[in-house]
Design a binder for this molecule. Sequence first.
Ligand code: 3PG
Length: 396
Amino acid sequence: MGISTLDDLTVEDATVGVRVDINSPLTADGRLADDARLDAHVGTLDELLDRGGRVAVLAHQGRPGGDEFAGLEDHAARLDEMLEYPVAYCDATFSAEARDAIAALDAGEAVLLENTRFYSEEYMEFPAEEAAETFLVDRLVPAFDVFVNDAFAAAHRSQPSMIGFPPRLPSYAGRVMERELDVLGHIEETPRPRVYALGGAKIADALDVAESVLERDLADQILTSGMTGNAFLEASGVWIGDPSHDAIVDRDATAIDDASALLEEYGDRINVPEDVAIGRDGERVEVAVEDLPVDQPALDVGDRTIAAYADTFETAGTAILNGPPGVFEEERFAKGTKEVFAAATRAEYSIVGGGDTAAALRRHGIEGFDHVSTGGGAALRMLTGDSLPAVEVLRR
Ligand code: 3PG
């Protein structure tokens, strides 16, 4: 892949700056609500420590002004439990206090530095050469011998801690980054027929993926569901009813026209739902396409669609999932997500885009995929064939 990995790095006695993405959901009182993203980096961090590195970890949590914008003390405590080696916490990122904490590390010890986004320059996007001159990078470069970027999930961000070190230090991809690029960067080599299941409420993202993979002839079939499926249903000439229509247009005013254009050009490869599920008197009610419109929003796909999509996966070489088929957070509308996703594991090879899709799998304990991406936006960018700034800079 043209990028150096941990296989190319001599770790022993080196001080390694490692950027991870442990940006996680928090509870209302600011505690970690899910440690899946931390778990993903355990392999990279334990390997560096096991090989005798002194490891300084950089990470962000939330966005300035957002509810989940918080310090990383809890994350450090959890990493300390998860890793085979000790992880301390330092409530500074690049000040003298942080640099002292790094200098005090012994081989086989790690410190998690404070949320990079507590510093405003970290929430700006720069070209790599300018990122390399920011305070955060400039102060930390002398403290590190090498830099490892394992934060695939933030690789679409041109922020200093993501792209500023490679112009100044020998830099390597960590194991998470390596595996994600290996899988998501080589979709065209996966077995065919290749089936993309595109659902969820981020209709514009799903339409971008659909357009890109159809245009590049990467997709043999697209199975639409969720609000994305509703947009395609309407674009195919079925009137679902005002509530579903309004929800689509509220999200994305051009979604139905965009879906129509895709259907016109690639209709033979795009599948739309055959039925939907709505809520009535607290119950799930399934409505066939022939019986639409309905006066309630369509919040899941129904049994007919589930069966048709499951059939397609039976003979699929590769299944690629992005976006849940229904409102999986509510049990009565989780059936489509549970059953369509479980059927996708029967394809010869299966890949899950991150974000909401991975969260749906975890919530419903659906397992058996070959690759579950740690990235939301980053995975999406790769699925649409875009390059990622943090990867480009590692390649240079
Ligand atoms: C993510 O959660 O997708 C990454 O951590 C990036 O976070 P951001 O979208 O706030 O930059």
